[in-house]
Design a protein around this ligand. Sequence first.
Ligand SMILES: Nc1ncnc2c1ncn2[C@@H]1O[C@H](COP(=O)(O)OP(=O)(O)OP(=O)(O)O)[C@@H](O)[C@H]1O
Ligand SMILES: [Mg+2]
Ligand SMILES: [Zn+2]
Length: 281
Amino acid sequence: MTCEICGGTQWRPVETNGVRRVERCVCWQESVTAQMLGGARVPPRYAKCTLENFLVYPNERLHAALAQARRFADAFPAVQKGLCLIGPPGIGKTHIAVSVLRRVILERGARGLFYDVRDLLRVIRSTYNPVVRTAEMDILRPVMDAELLVLDDLGAEKPSEWVEETMNLIVNTRYNERRPTIFTTNYEDLPDETALDSLRVRVGFRLHSRLHEMCEFLEYDGGDYRMMPANGGPDDLATLWKRHKGRRTLPARTHGPARAQIKEPSPSRELQWPGGKAGRS
Ligand SMILES: Nc1ncnc2c1ncn2[C@@H]1O[C@H](COP(=O)(O)OP(=O)(O)OP(=O)(O)O)[C@@H](O)[C@H]1O
Ligand SMILES: [Mg+2]
Ligand SMILES: [Zn+2]
């Protein structure tokens, strides 16, 4: 639809003290923002997620997580730490992460990026070429440089040395450059840190310790929205939550071996940030 103010030129004439000139039309800013949102890779399923359309019910930790997410979005880019949303499936972790991401893009014009961790690793793997490293840098550079990055479903990928090193490189680089990251994960910070389903075992002890330095941990439980009846509401979520409370509902994918023996490129040699800024600590 052509803009009625500027007729599509994205410039509009203005006159001050008899002097005529042109300035950017409002539709220009709108198109820039739309492009930035389009480039953020938010999956269509989450394209309409906001903190405002997130249903709440009496659930202290969910309220606390939501309040912290709001504070983060309000303060951005003046934030000290990112966020790490932890909990079982369907409780809106990705919804909250995307809402914050969309908001800082829309309101602050931030360069934001969303990646499901498995997708990211798959893309890096597929572009892996020991001779020409440009392709993987084309993928990695925006990930490292994004003003806000969402890494969704951390720990869902099969752990391996390559996965661990690659994630360490990304996270460490962002940490060193003081760029905030929002993580979501199903894996809890269990007291028994050797448990196969603990976050520490799933992501490795180095990444786990970095996460604690760079993120507020927002661990909560709740009703699985995916199980909610059509036309359901907050009361149904509260009922679903009560029903499964106390029963741990980790996704089936977690019950495999904690460490897979996959043959993968060795990132310590091949995957380094140009200019010696490798994210290794
Ligand atoms: N409280 C809520 N209010 C409104 N929509 C919600 C709420 N919780 C979840 N949803 C919606 O339900 C769907 C599933 O939520 P989401 O993907 O954010 O869950 P998740 O916690 O990330 O689950 P998983 O661990 O499986 O990734 C999404 O479409 C999301 O928008
Ligand atoms: Mg999710
Ligand atoms: Zn216009």
